[in-house]
Design a protein around this ligand. Structure first.
Ligand code: IMP
Length: 177
C-alpha cells in the first residue's frame, strides 16, 4: 500500500483552541465532583495530556488499554482489555477519554464492562467522532470534532503504529501499489 497524507484536517492551533473549550466545559460540569479520568491508550495520550492541563478542577487520572486494529483500517469487532485501570470505579464520577469513535464497538464494550463496576456516572469525551460509521450506538457526551468518513492520523492517531507524533490531524490516503 502506498500511503499519502492527502490533506490537513485540523491544525495544531485549531486543535488547541477546541481542546481548551472542552477543558472549560468539563471544568464547569464537574466543578462539584472530583472525577476519575480514564485515558484509553494509546491513541488518546496526546489529546488527554493537553486536555488535562486545561482542567481547573481536581481529578484522578488512570489509563486503560484496549486491543486495536493492528495494521488494518477496519475494526475487527473484537475488543479486549490489555491493560486495566488500577483505581476502583465504585461510586466515582468517571470520564473516559477516547481519541476517535468510529464503529463505536470499542466504547460499547468499554461502557458495558466499566458499568459493571458501579460508577456514580460514566461519560465519554472523544476528540473525534465519525458518526456515519457507527455500528453500535454509544452516547458520546463531549466531542472535539465530528468528521466525515476519512481515515485520519496524527495528534496521537496512528496507521500501523506511525504518524502519532504529528502535531496536526491529517487525512491518510491508501492506494494499492
Ligand atoms: P471503533 O471501535 O471502530 O469505534 O474504533 C476505535 C478505535 O479505532 C479508535 O480508538 C482508534 O484507535 C481506531 N480508529 C478508528 N478510526 C481511526 C482513524 O481514522 N484513524 C486512526 N485510528 C482510528
Amino acid at each position: 500500500m502506498r500511503e499519502t497524507i492527502e490533506s490537513q484536517l485540523y491544525s495544531r492551533e485549531a486543535i488547541a483552541a477546541r481542546v481548551k473549550e472542552l477543558g472549560q466545559q468539563l471544568s464547569r460540569d464537574y466543578a462539584e465532583s472530583e472525577p476519575l479520568v480514564v485515558v484509553v491508550l494509546k491513541g488518546s495520550a496526546m489529546f488527554a495530556s493537553d486536555l488535562l492541563r486545561e482542567l481547573s478542577i481536581d481529578v484522578e487520572v488512570d489509563y486503560i488499554g484496549t486491543s486495536s486494529y493492528g495494521d488494518a483500517t477496519e475494526s475487527s469487532g473484537h475488543v479486549r482489555i490489555v491493560k486495566d485501570i488500577g483505581a476502583s470505579l465504585q461510586g466515582r464520577h468517571v470520564i473516559i477519554i477516547e481519541d476517535i469513535v468510529d464503529t463505536g464497538l470499542t466504547l460499547d464494550y468499554l461502557l458495558r464492562t466499566l458499568n459493571l463496576r458501579e460508577p456514580a456516572s460514566l461519560k465519554i469525551c472523544a476528540l473525534l467522532d465519525k458518526p456515519s460509521r457507527r455500528r453500535a450506538e454509544v452516547p458520546v457526551d463531549y466531542i472535539g470534532f465530528s468528521i466525515d468518513d476519512h481515515f485520519v492520523i496524527g495528534y496521537g492517531l496512528d496507521y500501523a503504529s506511525r504518524y502519532r507524533n504529528l502535531p496536526y490531524i491529517g487525512v491518510l490516503k491508501l492506494e494499492a501499489e
